[in-house]
Design a protein around this ligand. Structure first.
Ligand SMILES: NC(=O)c1ccc[n+]([C@@H]2O[C@H](COP(=O)([O-])OP(=O)(O)OC[C@H]3O[C@@H](n4cnc5c(N)ncnc54)[C@H](OP(=O)(O)O)[C@@H]3O)[C@@H](O)[C@H]2O)c1
Length: 264
């Protein structure tokens, strides 16, 4: 029953061990990151870069270097796909463009928008880099394998483009608001204001989730939907930890501000 509904929205999954394997690996990694967040064991970057010290000597990167390490391989993989798989039609070109633009924007923000205060542990950077690289490459490769297959009966391409554009603009705008909280060289944390910060403490995560459903709708592959669901879980966990962090750090943090889903 569930499967027969699903086949209206997605291309038949390919008989590819690589895509099936990556689908399972991506989902398990994100679900594991979600469970770790809600158990208080954080990936060590941003506010939580030095949480859960193990006592062992660990390699620390600056936030800027760490973030560039996370996003650059995924951006290059998506960009290279234009040369590896040219001319597969409109849906494929839109998907390649969306994935490339998403990771290009990330690299751009790391270089020119965000103002960082801390660092990142290499131990956290490696699985995240792998996860982004695998997801960018597999999203595009899974789409390549749909080449020549009949389109799903219900076409989600146009709503996908709308979701992607809304998501990427909303995500960028809230990153910009966060960057305005600090003057040059300042490292302090403040309570964010403006945009949807009055409703949720992680509106940038909310718009990131919308970006990934935009990509899944454009793509209509099982892999892209699985990755969007996995990302949703992880960002729900991380935003929940972030809200607890604000409540513990600021006495005047408004209790009605939720983590990532407004009014829940
Ligand atoms: N797809 C995925 O699985 C996934 C996973 C994680 C993140 N992301 C996305 O990546 C983007 C960045 O995520 P993130 O977790 O690094 O975001 P973040 O922790 O909110 O940090 C973003 C930037 O804002 C600064 N900042 C945050 N709160 C601040 C405050 N209260 N006062 C002053 N500055 C503040 C941070 O500085 P510090 O570095 O000093 O904290 C950093 O420069 C988000 O859009 C998110 O959706 C995606």
């Amino acid at each position: 029953m569930v499967m027969s509904v699903l086949w209206n929205f997605i291309f038949p999954p390919p008989a590819s061990v690589v895509v099936w394997g990556t689908t399972v690996i991506s989902f398990v990694m994100l679900a594991n990151a979600f469970l770790s967040e809600i158990r208080g064991k954080h990936l060590n970057y941003s506010k939580f870069w030095n949480a859960n010290p193990t006592g062992q000597r660990q390699i620390k990167l600056s936030s800027k270097a760490g973030m560039l390490l996370l996003y650059t391989p995924a951006f290059l993989a998506a960009f290279a796909s234009f040369f590896i798989f040219p001319h597969h039609g409109l849906r494929f070109t839109l998907l390649q463009s969306a994935v490339t633009l998403h990771f290009f924007k990330r690299v751009f923000e790391v270089l020119f928008i965000h103002k960082y205060s801390g660092g990142m542990l290499l131990e956290s950077a490696i699985p995240i880099t792998l996860s982004y690289f695998l997801s960018a490459a597999t999203t595009i490769y899974a789409q390549h394998l749909t080449n020549g297959l009949p389109e799903p009966p219900i076409n989600l391409l146009n709503p996908g483009i709308v979701l992607f554009v809304v998501g990427i603009i909303g995500n960028f705008y809230h990153h910009y608001l966060l960057s305005k909280l600090r003057g040059e060289g300042e490292k302090e944390y403040k309570i964010p204001k403006g945009g949807l910060f009055g409703l949720v403490i992680c509106p940038h995560y909310l718009f990131e989730i919308i970006v990934f459903y935009g990509i899944a709708f454009i793509s209509q592959t099982l892999y892209a939907f699985t990755f969007a669901v996995g990302t949703t879980f992880y960002l729900l966990g991380r935003s929940n930890s972030t809200r607890k962090w604000y409540l513990s750090k600021f006495e005047d943090f408004p209790n009605n501000v939720k983590a990532v889903i407004p009014f829940n």
